[in-house]
Write a protein that binds this ligand. Structure first.
Ligand code: PLP
Length: 436
């Protein structure tokens, strides 16, 4: 037998031998499913090609890196905003420098400030809490449920007459139960801000997340679905909210192209900052946006193959999903009932050379020392109200959240995983599952 054929034949046998679920796990001395580690990468940058390159060169050749004027008439950020609004099925979109900036614009648009309270999930990214603090308002953390998103059943008991908005954060690609959240908001007359930073392009009941609430935000940073390294966007159907967000992001002004889009200027100048997106970012994001459905489609197909490949394991329970069709497929997470079992699963998967982890990409905010200490300027308005003075963060305020996050483990999905990679994930989980 020729050497190459022999190697191929033995490799095929080795692959087949790794198949039976009763094979010894690598952690107990068996052969690992993979000889090299498998780990999900950054989604958007893996799709960079001549499209992003051409957009960048356009801006460079035109010598017009600023969105409002220059040597030629700039168009990239504005074009990105038009196409982003269309994709998200909202009337307006505003490009900004980050998801965090987008949150600040959204809170300013909603006129949230000192004396106001904002509901957010106990498990989310720092930006959510910090944006509320920077607005001078009080962050009120609510426990998550087994979707890893805010628990709709826990929201109402945290509402007060001062509550102005609920931050519905669609975490790790999984849409929130918007039907229930919108019903609560309507009943109590509070606004809904959708944070779609981790779910750019996800949908709920057939409509893109971000289009349900009063206002929505997205991050376009490296770790999110599409990216220019940094970037963010705000969407809304309300021309006044659009104008207020646009003014806040541009030192209080509302420029002609946005005025035309909104039909008129309806709001007076007020204070704002500078969160303007530059044309290089706008160009790259335009190219990325046009690939969004391809990126998501690939990730969703890979996630579905994993769900399908392990769905018959005895007693297997996945993270709850209010709309399985609409999630991005960022990861597949299993409830192991106890931390000890989950930890055994993670160690066994590592030995198989298939990366697995607890839910990530967020932090349990109430357990962070600076949050427990309410570390702000001593006269900062957030904690001056009676409720602000009395509110207690800390692990005791979110036991359910801490419990969920220690007993769920899973694998992160990459849109560029091959069928072999996805097969290896399924094989590794099937192999280690009986032992944990
Ligand atoms: C990443 C993230 C943000 C902030 O986005 P940046 O672009 O990094 O500023 C906000 N909210 C959530 C839930 C995020 O994951």
């Amino acid at each position: 037998m020729k050497r190459r054929k022999f190697v191929a034949a033995t490799a095929a046998v080795a692959t087949a031998a790794a198949g039976p679920p009763d094979e010894k796990p690598a952690i107990d001395g068996g052969t690992p499913v993979r000889s090299t580690p498998l780990r999900a990468g950054y989604w958007g940058t893996q799709f960079y090609d001549e499209k992003e390159r051409a957009e960048l060169l356009d801006v460079l050749d035109a010598q017009s890196p600023f969105r409002w004027y220059g040597a030629k008439t700039p168009a990239k950020v504005l074009q990105f905003e038009k196409e982003f609004a269309a994709r998200m099925q909202t009337k307006f979109a505003l490009g900004v420098t980050s998801g965090t900036a987008a949150l600040q614009c959204a809170l300013a648009a909603l006129n949230i400030g000192p004396g106001d309270e904002v509901i957010l999930p106990a498990w989310t990214w720092h930006s959510c809490f910090n944006a509320i603090i920077l607005a001078g308002a009080l962050p009120v953390c609510v426990e998550i449920d087994e979707s890893f998103n805010i628990d709709p059943a826990a929201i109402e008991r945290h509402l007060t007459p001062q509550t102005k908005a609920i931050m519905a954060v669609h975490l790790q690609g999984n849409p929130c139960d918007m039907t229930r959240i919108l019903a609560i908001a309507k009943k109590h007359g509070v606004r809904v801000l959708e944070d779609c930073a981790q779910s750019v392009g996800a949908s709920y009941q057939g409509r893109p997340v971000g289009s349900f609430g009063d206002i929505g935000i997205y991050s376009l940073q490296l770790n999110k679905t599409i990216t220019a390294g940094e970037g963010g966007a705000v969407v809304t159907n309300d021309p006044v909210l659009f104008e207020r967000a646009a003014r806040f992001h541009d030192l209080g002004g509302f420029r002609a192209p946005h005025q035309q889009w909104a039909g008129a200027a309806r709001v007076d100048w007020y204070f704002g900052t500078n969160f303007r997106m530059n044309e290089f970012s706008g160009g790259v994001l335009l190219a990325q946006l046009r690939k969004l459905d391809r990126i998501i489609g690939a990730a969703q197909a890979n996630a579905r193959a994993v769900y399908d490949g392990i769905g018959d394991l005895p007693g297997v329970k996945f993270r709850s999903r209010p709309d399985p069709q609409g999630e991005l497929g960022t990861g597949v997470f299993i409830d192991f009932a106890t931390k000890a079992r989950c930890d055994r699963f993670l160690a066994a998967m590592k030995a198989e050379n298939v990366a697995a982890s607890k839910p990530g990409g967020s932090v349990v905010l109430p357990t962070l020392p600076h949050i427990m200490a309410k570390a702000t300027h001593p006269n900062w308005p957030s904690f001056q109200s009676a409720r602000g003075r009395s509110i207690q963060y800390g692990p005791g305020s979110c036991p359910h959240t801490l419990d969920i996050l220690q007993r769920f483990g899973g694998v992160l999905i990459d849109p560029k995983f091959t069928r072999q990679d996805v097969g290896d994930i399924v094989k590794a989980i099937r192999k280690v599952y009986p032992a944990v």
